[in-house]
Design a protein around this ligand. Sequence first.
Ligand code: CP
Length: 315
Amino acid sequence: VKHVLTARQFETAELDDLFKRADYMRENSRTLTGRRRLMASHNGLLLATMFYEPSTRTRLSFEFAAERLGIRVRGTENAAEFSSAAKGETIEDSTRVIAGYADMIVMRHKENGAAERAASVSDVPIINAGDGTGEHPTQSLLDVYTIKHELGRLDSLEVIAMGDLKYGRTVRSLVQVLAMYPGNHVTFVSPKEMRMGDDIKQYLDERKVKYSETEDMYKVLAKADVVYQTRVQKERHGAVKGAAPATGQDPRFVIGQKALDKLKETAIIMHPLPRVTEIETLVDTDPRAAYFRQAENGLYMRMALLDALADGHSR
Ligand code: CP
């Protein structure tokens, strides 16, 4: 069974295949004829969506992605409250049962490693839709698809990864995928209490990916091809032992007009969303603001992923 648990599990050939599938999904989504063709492609399959943490994009894009491919969806947007997890059922027991009902399971959970635990007992694919401060592999797929779509390449990029790098899981997954391509350099920009974890830095060292760290985005903005901004994950700061207090948004890390003035014309600004105050809304109308295009790409990339997993379906 092919599970999707971590960004580092993908090979570049698999990514190329997913990019092609995502382009196909985008193209066919444009016309009613194309939509009907897609709708007939995986009719009969069933997807379960189990979200133990809030989500807008990941859950809805997976659910719409499935429905656009003719896959029917059942699940819960609040599994922590509306599933038997509220009565103390373990992830393993719930997964064993749901795997008997559905052909694939998309799961978001507040605990690191939850998707891996689910996968250990599941004979249908488990797709990690975000586990605590661990990973968000499908976000990294749509992120690299967006970079490729916007800039035409995934190598030799100057990437600024910014914000709450300690508690945000999207950057952790993204840099692991970027590490597969030559010549990329990542600058981590964050307050010192929200720096990128040593495990990811060690992974970059092993892959010989160059990176640096700074608290001053204005020193590095001018060279960036991609600025990947993230939200302060306030909800996680109290839950992690030794965590910094919920500090909210430090104005030094907000992208506004002054940051736009420093950026190259060809650069793009990305954000996994939701955005709170870390990108001022005045940035939204700048052509370099790619974050809403990025969110739309999530639909096509998740269609691509479900399509690929369904092609390998053996029930
Ligand atoms: N990017 C992302 O994971 O958004 P949601 O939390 O809304 O799913």
